[in-house]
Design a protein around this ligand. Structure first.
Ligand SMILES: Nc1nc2c(ncn2[C@@H]2O[C@H](COP(=O)(O)OP(=O)(O)OP(=O)(O)O)[C@@H](O)[C@H]2O)c(=O)[nH]1
Ligand SMILES: [Mg+2]
Length: 306
């Protein structure tokens, strides 16, 4: 087992225990699935944050098959669930291609505390490790100490940063950063943004302006509008994703804090509801704790106990 996969598996431990535990519980009496246990399974899966819509689809599939005479014991139920969940996860797999244009601009957005700044640091370290020239833009000029926080991470990841003073216009920071990126032949510009303004409306308007300013200078920028979601938020993460993608045209997702939560199943719901690619998953607080989302790996980490 590679270190990478071990880390994902460890990170998904609580989600896996919750999901498999629920399935076992349903089968504990009769050993096979019947109409009553299907209903119970439905409730348990909804409680595991897979989302009503997704769970209904999964259960309907199982119901049709049991009615058609198939008998589901623990092994077959697990296999059927794995197959159905796998189909959804695969639809959400599309690795981020950052070599399309130079500089490739990633604008990182999301509500406060979800892990934007940490994710940016991890991305910077990841791409720098691939030999790319990375520049950061300190676009969160709103929250006290946000600039310093990004600076600390930038130093750790050994990448440069463009910043203005706290309270400055974030669009001006992004404009300058993009200009610097082009002048310096940077491969990848990653822009931090605010997570909190006075109201959510203000935040959306500010982010739209950020986007416009980048676009004015470079036709296809930002190439990626990466929405960061915190897996521990469960259903709230789904609502955030809906709002941000409606307002801002999100192009990809990063799902953080999968370690330490049993709510990792929310990824299934998010993919099914949003039809957006999950680019990365976060499984810890360190620089190396971000991984590209690979459906088969995620699925294996979710279903395989050994
Ligand atoms: N366990 C765990 N913690 C994480 C992960 N990603 C981020 N965090 C933690 O979440 C907290 C918030 O992270 P930030 O990166 O500051 O979040 P942010 O979205 O930039 O927050 P604001 O700047 O306030 O909007 C920090 O304590 C991070 O260490 C993860 O994948 N796993
Ligand atoms: Mg931040």
């Amino acid at each position: 087992m590679t270190g990478f996969f071990a880390k994902l598996k460890e990170g998904l431990g609580k989600t896996r225990a919750s999901l498999l535990g629920r399935m076992r519980h349903v089968l504990s009496r009769g050993g096979v699935i019947d109409a009553a246990s299907l209903e119970e399974l439905e409730e348990l899966l909804i409680a595991a944050d897979l989302g009503v819509h997704t769970v209904t689809r999964l259960i309907d599939g199982l119901r049709r098959r049991t009615e058609g005479g198939e008998r589901f014991d623990a092994a077959r139920l697990t296999a059927a669930m794995r197959e159905m969940i796998g189909e959804i996860l695969r639809a959400g797999e599309a690795p981020l291609e950052v070599d399309r244009e130079r500089p490739f601009v990633i604008m990182v957005i999301g509500v406060n505390g979800v892990g934007k700044t940490t994710t940016i640091a991890k991305l910077a370290a990841h791409y720098r490790g691939e030999g790319k020239k990375v520049l950061l833009a300190a676009g969160d000029t709103f929250r006290a100490a946000a600039i310093e926080q990004l600076e600390v991470w930038g130093t750790r990841a050994q990448v440069d940063l463009v910043k203005h003073q706290a309270g400055a216009d974030s669009s001006a920071v992004l404009f300058d950063a993009l200009q610097a990126a082009r002048a310096r032949g940077v491969d990848l510009l990653i822009a931090d943004t605010a997570g909190r303004l006075h109201t959510r409306v203000n935040l959306m308007e500010e982010l739209k302006k950020n986007k416009r300013v980048l676009r004015k200078q470079m036709e296809r920028a930002p190439h990626e509008v990466l929405l960061v979601l915190d897996a521990t938020n469960g259903q709230n993460a789904v609502q955030q994703a809906e709002q941000f993608s409606r307002e801002l045209g999100v192009t990809g997702l990063a799902l953080t804090k999968l370690d330490g939560t049993a709510k990792g199943g929310v990824i299934v719901n998010i993919i099914e509801r949003l039809r957006l690619p999950v680019r990365f998953v976060g499984v810890g607080e360190g620089l190396r704790d971000l991984q590209p989302f690979v459906a088969e790996e995620f699925l294996a980490a979710l279903f395989e106990e050994e």
